[in-house]
Design a protein around this ligand. Structure first.
Ligand code: G4P
Length: 528
């Protein structure tokens, strides 16, 4: 037991989030280098998810094995066992990203110092806040001209609505980037620019010492003195409890590409972040150490190897120890089973695992029995974890198959892709599956859907985008949906479980419909 406790307590599981191009891949790669998990910089690059174009995405998806292999990475550093969950890097968002966050205990948010907080970071950030996930901010690319650090901090606080506490502070940026000042130790790490790359040097000089004028230039030295004074007076104090409850984000400045400030960030981060957190279930809070094995499925990926039509279910272990030889209980399926081909991802390679611990992520072969949100636990004590919410799709399209002879493949493909969580599928009320309505969180998913149906299921489709942007599930049990008084821009549909929903073009129509139908209960989220 003490061994299990130690193993669990040395686990750190976090997701890395950023707007594309902020430097997430570069930072991840540097982390892995410190962990000795890869020895060649640039190895993570190979799998890098497409950044802009759909065509890039398709290329990457052809190499899906690689991209998925790298979506969860484990490495060792300083006696800790670290699991990094990569969030998809394309410029668009799928439910997958959100669900990945559900499997993490904290998040590292990478921000480009010259761009500040960008749209997609906001979306991801909201999910972290909803779950009270601690967020650690790394402001990257300080070797390039960056925005004023006070403006960057201010932006995080106002746009994301979270307080911050800078752990270190940059001295200049771009060509005049001199390094960072550590607010806890007072030590300055100098960034030395040279023809043969960049070097870091720690200077144990006190701010205000004469020698610093020479090292930093008198102007930057003076600015640093002023900045520190301002920070000490105005910024929030370092408070580990507030950090761990997700109220306060520690902020670090650095440059991933030149490997400046990355290791100190990693060290601080590992000290501040939590061990695997307890999670809510239908029998109360499940303690990661005291309870036996349990896990939940947060991601399902099909056709990772086209030749075999395989499906892998990714699960986050939430408590205890997983032993490949033990029988487990699949709560939603109501039966005992042995997990087949359990595997873990170590940097680029997949390897078979015999044992794993709370905090770890394992992928298991799925013969088609698992669904996202399912709980797996020991047969001795059965319970289920809180469902993973389904995020409200914001784009809708009507989808029709071109060749009606391929109805079977069409339904199979659609159902499979929906099960993976990339799209949500709806129907016209009282209609069949010849024509469906697909809802997605980001529009790129439509292209992905079309591409996958054509390539994996050989079904051609016609897609017509619809003007609706807002979705509400009807929560009332007994309701005559067609009798509801709705606005002209409202559409009545149902999900695959037959639950009625309303789609709206304008956000204000939601309130109008609520006003017109007293007692009507609408919800933005359906449960998975
Ligand atoms: P992402 O995963 O968040 O999308 O970003 P990624 O790490 O791929 O970085 C995006 C671009 O920014 C890359 O350049 C990368 O080299 C560069 N970059 C990352 N960190 C830093 C940094 O600290 N300083 C500077 N100056 N650049 C940084 P690219 O030209 O798109 O790719 P590549 O040609 O380097 O492969």
């Amino acid at each position: 037991m003490s061994n299990i406790r130690e193993e669990i307590n040395r686990r750190r599981t976090f997701a890395i989030i950023s707007h594309p191009d902020a430097g997430k891949t570069t930072l991840t790669e540097k982390f892995l280098l410190y962990g000795g998990a890869i020895n060649l910089a640039g190895s993570v690059k190979g799998r890098k998810a497409a950044k802009h174009a759909v065509s890039d995405w398709m290329e990457i998806e052809k190499e899906r094995g690689i991209s998925v292999t790298s979506s969860v990475m484990q490495f060792e550093y300083g006696g800790k066992c670290i699991n990094i969950l990569d969030t998809p890097g394309h410029q668009d968002f799928s439910e997958d990203t959100y669900r990945t966050l559900m499997a993490a205990d904290s998040a590292v948010m990478v921000i480009d110092g010259s761009k500040g907080v960008e749209a997609q970071t906001i979306k991801l950030f909201k999910v972290c806040v909803m779950r009270h996930i601690p967020i650690f901010t790394f402001i990257n690319k300080m070797d390039r001209e960056a925005n004023d650090p006070f403006d960057l901090i201010d932006e995080i606080e106002t746009v994301l609505g979270m307080r911050t506490c800078p752990v270190n502070w940059p001295i200049g940026s771009g060509k005049s980037f001199k390094g960072v000042y550590d607010r806890q130790t007072g030590i300055i790490s100098r960034f030395l620019q040279g023809d043969n790359g960049h070097k870091t040097e720690a200077v144990e000089a006190k701010v205000g010492d004469d020698g610093l004028d020479e090292l930093l230039t008198p102007e930057l030295h003076e600015k640093l003195i002023e900045d520190i004074e301002l920070l000490d007076g105005a910024s929030d104090e370092y408070d580990l409890d507030r950090i761990q409850s997700g109220e306060l984000s520690p902020v670090f400045f650095g440059s991933a590409l030149t490997n400046f400030g990355v290791e100190t960030f990693l060290q601080h981060f590992l000290d501040m972040t939590t061990t695997p957190l307890p999670r809510k279930s239908d029998i109360g809070i499940i303690d990661p150490v005291k309870e036996d094995f349990s896990a939940f499925v947060f991601k399902i990926q099909a056709n990772m190897n086209k030749a075999h039509r395989d499906r892998i279910a990714f699960m986050r272990i939430c408590s205890g120890q997983f032993n490949a030889s033990d029988e487990v209980y699949h709560v939603q399926g109501g039966r005992k089973l042995k997990l087949t081909q359990p595997q873990q991802m170590m940097a680029q390679e997949r390897k078979h695992v015999e044992e794993a611990y709370a905090g770890d992520i394992i992928g298991v072969f799925d013969p088609g029995i698992f669904a996202i949100g399912d709980t797996i636990c020991t047969p001795k004590k059965q319970f289920s974890y809180e469902g993973i919410p389904t995020f409200a799709p914001e784009h809708f399209a009507r989808i029709r198959q071109v060749d009606t002879m391929k109805r079977k493949q069409f339904i199979k493909g659609i159902e499979q892709i929906a099960l993976e969580g990339a799209v949500q599928i709806f129907q016209e009320i009282n209609s069949g599956m010849e024509e469906i309505i697909a809802g997605v969180v980001g529009v790129l998913q439509f292209d992905v859907l079309k591409y996958r149906l054509e390539n994996e299921y050989r079904v051609e489709i016609k897609m017509e985008q619809l003007p609706y942007e807002h979705i509400r599930w009807i929560e009332n049990d007994d309701i005559n949906v067609s009798a509801l008084s709705v606005t002209t821009d409202t559409k009545r549909i149902q999900d695959l479980k037959g639950r009625p929903l309303l789609l709206f073009t304008h956000p204000w129509s939601v309130n109008t419909v609520l006003d017109r139908n007293p007692g009507l209960k609408l919800s933005e989220f359906g449960n998975a």
